[in-house]
Design a binder for this molecule. Structure first.
Ligand SMILES: CC(C)C[C@H](N)C(=O)O
Length: 427
């Protein structure tokens, strides 16, 4: 399986990129990921090819993800895109510029997207988007925001032909090779100790066993007491509020400004601003609008097959398990994986009525929450220290597995908000 995956990936991209090399820990997921990516970028679809890469660049630039920006700068030039557009969004056609606002909101505050935003894109006299084009764009934007999370979350380093990668750079792309050190994995900004880094190592030895014990306890008392509806709602609101204040000490430093974003976006608009001011995230109830019942069919109607592909990818990520916990075998980890998924949705204000959010606090400790929140909301701030601080006994592949959950939960959350706004516009 691995062999054909590598071969397919190589045939599509002309290379084996570092994302593929990391994802192959989980071949089943990788296959679905590559299929979706191929469909979105190469197959027949509403948007022209160079637009697709350009939208990928716009999305990745929101998180200053030079790794992905570079990849799609190459892709963009390869399909004949105009190099001038790469000097900044203001050099691209008005139609793409109009997408800038949605890009920002989706990346940082998707709950603010309303049907008026959708209307503005669809109803402008000139340069208007068709519904099908808009869906294509929204899927690309969310896919690349999430992939930026994966890139930083796993500490993926620049490709061999980019700065910070290895030796050579083809002259044709050197002007646009705006790759700098893509993330905090190079040791430079690792000097600042975070409070979570000070847990004595003796504690981490039984970390896994302690976690498994908690899972068992929760499983047992689940059957016993059932909390009231109000109590369940309160637990959700509490977790949502608390998630806003989860941040690492490293958060306080301002991130160095990087070339990539200068070209594309004002960096002032980020998740950070809202969390600082403790802005209220409204609650989005999954019974009212869910991927399965609403989002999926809307996407499929306007951009056939893509709903299907995304649905498959979500399912694989959500259900993937090897029944292991570090060195332990035959463990049912569904409770833990569900807590991770729901925690991410909780940060986006998305609530499942039947879920007891009290479980999250039992299962996810602080350093893990810091990591999750950083990777999902401000991926560019992820550091190796954060990566090392959580789940110390777990395998590297399990941390990549965690990233698959983060990536897909984030993508689905963004999609839910965008698609709900589109549905509201249409009805
Ligand atoms: C993310 C991890 C808790 C996944 C676990 N190793 C499993 O196979 O289910």
């Amino acid at each position: 399986m691995m062999h054909t995956l590598f071969a397919d990936s190589f045939a599509t991209l002309g290379r084996l990129d570092n994302v593929t090399l990391v994802m192959v820990f989980h071949p089943q997921y990788l296959e679905s990921f590559l299929k979706t990516q191929h469909y979105l970028l190469q197959m027949d679809g509403p948007l022209p090819l160079h637009y697709r890469h350009y939208i990928g660049i716009m999305a990745a630039a929101r998180h200053q993800c030079s790794y992905l920006v570079n990849l799609h700068v190459n892709g963009f030039l390869h399909v004949g895109g105009d190099p001038k557009w790469l000097n900044g969004l203001e050099n691209a056609p008005q139609k793409l510029q109009n997408l800038g606002e949605l890009n920002k909101m989706l990346a940082h505050r998707p709950w603010l997207i309303t049907k008026e935003h959708i209307e503005q894109l669809l109803k402008t006299e000139e340069n208007s988007w068709s519904l099908a084009e808009l869906i294509h764009a929204v899927v690309l934007l969310t896919q690349y925001h999430s992939l930026a999370s994966f890139t930083f979350g796993c500490g993926i380093s620049p490709e061999i032909d980019c700065e910070g990668g290895h030796t050579f750079r083809p002259p044709s792309v050197s002007n646009y090779c705006i790759c700098d050190i893509t993330n905090g994995y190079h040791g430079v900004d690792e000097i600042h100790a975070s409070p979570t880094g000070s847990i004595p190592s003796t504690e981490s030895v039984c970390e896994v066993e302690a976690l498994m014990e908690k899972m068992k306890q929760l499983q047992e008392c689940r059957d016993e007491e059932e909390a009231s509806q109000e109590e369940m709602a309160t637990r959700f609101e509490r977790e949502k509020r608390e998630s806003m204040f989860v941040c690492s000490s490293e958060d306080e430093e301002s991130a160095p400004t990087r070339d990539v974003s200068r070209h594309f976006e004002d960096t002032s608009y980020g998740y950070k601003d809202f969390s600082r001011h403790g802005m209220h995230v409204p609650t989005f109830r999954v019974q009212d609008y869910s991927w399965e019942d609403h989002g999926y069919s809307l996407v499929n109607r306007l951009y056939p097959d893509v709903g299907q592909l995304l649905d498959e990818k979500f399912h694989i990520a959500y259900n993937l398990t090897y029944n292991t916990m570090a060195m332990h075998k035959d463990v049912d980890t569904s409770m833990l994986r569900r807590a991770i998924w729901n925690y991410i949705h909780c940060m986006f204000g998305i609530r499942y009525d039947d879920y007891d959010y009290g479980e999250i606090n039992q299962l996810l400790d602080r350093s893990f929450k810091v990591y999750i929140k950083t990777v999902v909301c401000t991926p560019e701030k992820t550091t190796k220290r954060m990566y090392d601080s959580f789940w110390r006994q777990f395998e590297h592949s399990e941390k990549v597995h965690v990233n698959l959950l983060l990536v897909e939960a984030r993508m689905q959350a963004e999609l839910l908000y965008a698609l709900r706004a589109i549905t509201r516009y249409m009805t």
